[in-house]
Write a new protein. Structure first.
Length: 280
């Protein structure tokens, strides 16, 4: 997501995300975000949330610019992990399950008599790429849970629920948005592109998001943090782009060598081109 001069800070960077959703005075926004994407899977309506220390470990500053999260619990004790991942990462689901397991481990109390009746764990991830393996239905929001594979596939276990909001699949205009989750996804993709609050979003729920993300409202300290966050993100993206170009260049050199090897072995030029998917 390239960023040009903007009036509002992007919602998908760590600084803005935490400023909007990880502040005590804005807990209603965090509750609204969770309920917009997980309402059908919650035990009950969320009355209140309590922010928790971040539990992810061993990340560099650039990694935190590309992958960041916040943790909270509701009044029923259920745990929520909300994260944004800007750049693609190998073994994404494996990493996600690791952090969920880490959360469960921190919840389990020592002692032989512990019944492992830990609260439900919900993970909500906003991804700026198409994850592997790709979903069969191509839903904008994919839901993953625990269920029996044989005999009773409809039997589900509610201990863990994972929701993936896949931003590249969201292509709706503001006029096409029909639900609150649509409007949140629209903001994740477009907040930094807007010059003013659209009438559709000028309401009690979304108006505060614009006020919080308005760059001219930042203090000097916040402005430094914002600029640092953008620099880390830019550096990270530049590193990824450089790696891609290097990979393409290496692939091209190897391809040329293989093409010449085929020609030297007597394979006709047309056949060699066909093997490489080249036009005749």
């Amino acid at each position: 997501m390239p960023i040009t001069a903007t009036r509002f800070a992007p919602l998908f960077i760590d600084f803005t995300f935490k400023k909007v959703f990880a502040a005590e005075q804005h807990k209603n926004l965090l509750i609204a975000l969770i309920e917009a994407f997980l309402r059908k899977h919650l035990q009950a309506k969320i009355v209140d949330v309590f922010l928790l220390p971040n539990e992810q470990i061993n990340k560099t500053r650039k990694q935190r610019a590309a992958i960041f999260d916040l943790h909270c619990t509701d009044s029923n004790g259920n745990r929520f992990i909300i994260e944004v991942q800007i750049s693609k990462q190998d073994h994404f689901l494996g990493r996600l399950l690791f952090y969920i397991s880490q959360t469960i481990t921190n919840l389990v109390k020592k002692g032989r008599k512990y019944k492992f009746d830990y609260p439900r764990i919900y993970s909500l991830s906003f991804l700026n790429y198409e994850p592997e393996p790709k979903g069969l239905r191509g839903d904008i929001v994919e839901h993953i849970g625990l269920f029996k594979i044989k005999k009773h596939p409809d039997k589900r276990y509610h201990h863990i629920h994972i929701a993936l909001a896949i931003l590249p699949r969201f292509k709706k205009s503001l006029e096409q948005c029909k639900s609150t989750s649509d409007l949140w996804l629209y903001l994740f993709k477009n907040l930094h592109k807007l010059n003013k609050i659209p009438p559709r979003l000028n309401n009690k729920l979304f108006r505060p998001v614009f006020e919080i993300a308005k760059i001219s409202n930042f203090t000097n300290s916040e402005l430094r943090d914002y600029e640092a966050n953008m620099k880390y993100l830019s550096d990270y993206n530049n590193t990824i782009e450089y790696a891609k170009k290097e990979g393409v260049a290496i692939g091209e050199r190897r391809g040329v060598k293989k093409l010449f090897a085929l020609l030297e072995s007597g394979v006709p030029l047309a056949e060699a081109k066909r093997k490489f998917g080249l036009k005749r």
